[in-house]
Design a protein around this ligand. Structure first.
Ligand SMILES: Cc1cc2nc3c(=O)[nH]c(=O)nc-3n(C[C@H](O)[C@H](O)[C@H](O)COP(=O)(O)OP(=O)(O)OC[C@H]3O[C@@H](n4cnc5c(N)ncnc54)[C@H](O)[C@@H]3O)c2cc1C
Length: 444
């Protein structure tokens, strides 16, 4: 047999080999980051980390840490304003608690005043909802009780919509990048250290937006903050509802199997476990709680199956992120309280509005200072890390306020990066003009 024939024969054999189809045979290049030669050491029972150089994988204008809804909004706003933007997320998808935490219901989108509803989530949120509506099976129709507007999004659709809008804005997304430390030049943050799939790496930036929910950049940079223990929840979805008869569903409800409400995808329903206040930074306590919640979720589906007519019930999904309601909040240039929100005085520095939470009907301004670190330069925050008093946390952390503070922080970071100033010195009028150009609601 000639050599050429032999080669063809081998190629045909390999193509048929199911094991080989996943291999890229050209992949033999040397990795870009090398394993550190200087190791951690132990002396007298204490562990010491070595001083060593870290590979810089990116440099950018705006680095957003965390790809929850606040981080998504911050990165999209900054990139749409023309800033070279990177969003670094520890997980493999966007949306944070809204998608991976299975929260699903967008609360705090507006408020009632003068007999009409004022929607505070304009701009980016409208683009997002429009994208979800176009996708079908993605979001419940607009509207809700008392003219309030609480869309419910399917988590998988949400992830796709967030990724498409963010990449269209020009921002780069880097997954599996867990921020672990800040890079400081005296009192200015210059970037973050990440533990990535490829090893430890640095990303340098003119401005950093901490949208991690857990305030990792705030903590690591030495900015002032408060730390909380809040009830840690856990959500899951039970499927098989499309095969329940109406009578079986009534029997299940009578047996105390409460449902969290309808979803865009009709064969399943959403449920939540309510956990005790727990220190979100205590890994052992959080791990025990995750296992307890998961067992509860499994039992919940099993309980349904005991009801005649509900035998098709099964657990189809459980949150991949624990439901941490409160962790760290910045002590920023400004910090708002319920009393402040009630008086709602315009001090000329409004960058967003918060809607009502369903219990109150009032909306309130978000002053720029809630997003700006007072003691570290080049650092902004967004979402549930924003600066507020304890009595304000449960309103400020709703998805809609996280979206609008994200948009405001991203816009401010792009202005500060463009002017080469710290966010504290960025002109408020310029930030407000950019936000209005991006369709944000600033009270009109
Ligand atoms: C159980 C529960 C029920 C809720 N119910 C509702 C509701 O019905 N309606 C409502 O509006 N709100 C609700 N909320 C609140 C709301 O869901 C969250 O507060 C909001 O989604 C937070 O958004 P965020 O972007 O600020 O933070 P997160 O969603 O927490 O996003 C932070 C992101 O940063 C990433 N991250 C964290 N640390 C790092 C790191 N070191 N490096 C890189 N990335 C990191 C995370 O993986 C995550 O993707 C609920 C919250 C909980 C916990």
């Amino acid at each position: 047999m000639m050599d050429s024939e032999r080669v063809d024969e081998n190629a045909a054999e390999e193509a048929d080999d199911p094991v080989n189809i996943f291999w890229d045979k050209n992949l033999s290049e040397t990795p870009k980051t090398s394993f550190p030669t200087k190791k951690a050491s132990i002396k007298d029972g204490r562990v010491f980390m070595p001083r060593r150089e870290t590979t810089i994988i990116r440099e950018c204008d705006v680095l957003v840490v965390g790809g929850g809804i606040a981080g998504w909004a911050a990165a999209t706003a900054a990139a749409r304003a023309g800033a070279k933007t990177i969003l670094a997320e520890r997980d493999d998808s966007l949306g944070g608690l809204w998608s991976n935490g299975g929260v699903l219901v967008l609360l705090g989108t507006g408020y009632m005043a003068d007999g009409r509803y004022h929607q505070t989530t304009r701009g980016l949120t409208d683009d997002l909802i429009a994208r979800l509506e176009k996708m079908g099976h993605a979001v419940t129709p607009r509207g809700g009780d008392d003219h309030m507007y609480y869309p419910v999004a399917d988590p998988e659709a949400l992830k796709v919509a967030l990724e498409s809008l963010l990449t269209e804005s020009g921002a780069e997304v880097l997954y599996r990048c867990q921020a672990s430390d800040a890079i400081m030049d005296r009192k200015a943050i210059r970037g973050m250290i990440f533990e990535t799939r490829g090893g430890r790496a640095a990303i340098l930036a003119k401005q950093v937006v901490d949208a991690s929910g857990e305030g990792v950049a705030v903590y690591a940079s030495g900015a002032s903050y408060r730390q909380y223990r809040h009830g840690v929840g856990f959500t899951y979805r039970i499927g098989g509802f499309d095969r329940f008869t109406p009578e079986a569903w009534e029997a299940a409800k009578a047996a105390g199997l409460w449902s969290g409400g309808g979803e865009p995808v009709s064969d399943n329903r959403w449920y939540a476990c309510f956990g005790d206040p727990t220190d979100p930074f205590d890994v052992a306590a959080m791990s025990r709680l995750a296992m307890k919640h998961r067992a509860e979720a499994w039992k919940s589906a099993a309980d349904f199956r005991k009801v005649a007519g509900c035998e098709s019930a099964h657990l189809i999904w459980a949150a991949t992120q624990m439901g941490i309601r409160g962790a760290r909040t910045l002590c920023g240039v400004k910090s708002i309280s319920r009393a402040w929100a009630k008086s709602n005085v315009d001090e000329g520095d409004t960058v967003a509005w918060m809607g009502a939470d369903g219990r109150s009907r009032r909306g309130s301004r978000v002053p720029y200072g809630c997003l700006v670190a007072k003691d570290v330069d080049n650092l902004l925050v967004a979402g549930r890390v924003a600066s507020c008093e304890t009595d304000m946390i449960d309103l400020f952390r709703l998805i809609a306020p996280c979206l609008v503070t994200g948009q405001a922080a991203g816009a401010a970071a792009s202005v500060a990066a463009d002017m080469g100033v710290s966010p504290r010195k960025a002109p408020i009028k310029k930030i407000q003009a950019l936000l209005l150009k991006q369709g944000a609601y600033l009270g009109r």
